[in-house]
Design a protein around this ligand. Structure first.
Ligand SMILES: Cc1cc2nc3c(=O)[nH]c(=O)nc-3n(C[C@H](O)[C@H](O)[C@H](O)COP(=O)(O)O)c2cc1C
Length: 373
């Protein structure tokens, strides 16, 4: 029987086990440039089969929070090289989560203080995280966005292409396209944020058009075996809403089946909340989603996330429900999570107060088993 601790090859990437560190924004890269503290944090967690970085902006326009890293400046790419080198020396594998926040941003974070961009000029009932003049952090309402002109979309797709190439040049093993949690691609997918009347709005096919143009461009640039995607069919995160997610995401995974991607990453339920959360009248059927993907010829590894503990994760892989399990909060608090899950050792508890912003405290100072006295 396949175990959570068995190796797996996903696309072009060989993993030592099926335990994945989920993408986790930590707001500790001032100037959008990864630094030595960030490198130490990822290196500490390199025994994961795969590390997915925190969401990383593909362009200045794609930035929505203070002190999150980017993939669009030379200094940032040098910073990421330090991170990827450290992880590889420690025997790990790492992909970068490619991010365009769309409307989940603030004028003060945008080029020339302009409005954030979105499929439609519909403001999200959501918050972003800013750093105040005195250096303290605080949450603020997201700004009113403007609707993207159709003629601007090729430029955004080009930003994805350039960022994917830069990621591979900076030593990443691959990229994960962030199509989840109410950010730009998800804003196009869901009717609650997309009221367009051109070929990027209306029907499911139209709302998924941007996603497929991005996937197509990135897979051509770096290869499908180094490309992956994250979706969250029912999450209400960042005011994401669609009344009928099952046919929408079935169409998405059936289309993804045509590419030999490294993996498909599914957030089950409300991100960081109830796994049973639903949008629309019926519970979302994740098994049917996977069956539709396989029936369409899809062969990528299937990664699941949200509220997994040791028992649920072992069961997910042993039962064949998933190939990989991503852990978020448990990886914040346990740099050696793999060893702890293997040995069934007690886990450190995550400290929510240090999730976003700050320095080493609550970031690189969680003890691993070999430095506990
Ligand atoms: C501090 C924090 C930051 C997060 N940042 C991201 C992110 O950058 N990208 C993303 O897709 N999800 C992000 N998430 C969601 C996690 O990847 C994950 O889906 C969520 O924590 C549920 O998994 P868990 O129950 O194992 O923690 C974040 C969650 C937390 C707690």
């Amino acid at each position: 029987m396949t175990s959570l601790f068995d190796p797996l090859k996903i696309g072009d990437i060989q993993l030592a086990n099926r335990i994945v560190m989920a993408p986790l924004t930590r707001n500790r890269s001032p100037g959008a440039v990864p630094n030595t503290l960030n490198a130490a944090y990822y290196e500490q967690r390199a025994s994961a089969g795969l590390l997915i970085t925190e969401a990383t902006a593909i362009s200045h326009q794609g930035q929505g929070y203070a002190d999150v890293p980017g993939l669009y400046k030379a200094e940032a790419l040098d910073g990421w090289k330090q991170v990827t080198d450290g992880v590889h020396k420690a025997g790990g594998k790492i992909v970068v989560q490619m991010w365009h926040v769309g409307r989940i941003s603030h004028d003060t974070l945008q080029p020339n203080g302009g409005k954030p961009v979105a499929p439609s000029a519909i403001r999200a009932k959501s918050k972003t995280y800013l750093i105040n003049a005195d250096g303290s952090g605080s949450f603020a309402e997201t700004s009113e966005p403007r609707a993207l002109e159709k003629a601007e979309l090729p430029g955004i797709i080009e930003d994805y292409r350039r960022a994917a190439r830069a990621a591979i040049d900076a030593g990443f093993d691959g990229v994960e396209i962030h199509a989840a949690n109410g950010y730009l691609i998800d804003q196009f997918l869901r009717s609650g944020s997309n009221a367009r009347t051109d070929e990027y709005g209306g029907s499911i096919e139209n709302r998924a058009r941007l996603l497929f143009e991005v996937v197509d461009t990135i897979t051509k640039e770096i290869g499908a075996g180094r490309t992956a995607i994250r979706i969250s069919p029912v999450t209400p995160a960042n005011d994401a809403f669609d009344p009928d997610p099952q046919p929408l995401f079935t169409y998405v995974v059936e289309g993804l089946a045509k590419y030999d991607l490294a993996y498909i990453h599914i957030i089950e339920g409300a991100t960081g909340g109830s796994r049973d959360h639903q949008q629309g009248d019926t519970p979302f059927d994740y098994a049917a989603l996977r069956a539709a993907y396989k029936a369409a010829g899809g062969k990528a590894a299937w990664m699941v996330n949200n509220g997994y503990n040791r028992e649920l994760a072992i069961d997910a892989v042993e039962s064949g429900k998933a190939d990989l399990v991503a852990f978020g909060k448990l990886f914040i608090a346990n740099p050696d999570l793999v060893e702890r899950l293997k040995d069934k050792t007690a886990l450190n508890a995550p400290d929510q107060g240090t999730f976003y912003g700050g320095g080493a405290k609550g970031y690189t100072d969680y003890p691993s088993l070999d430095n506990v006295a």
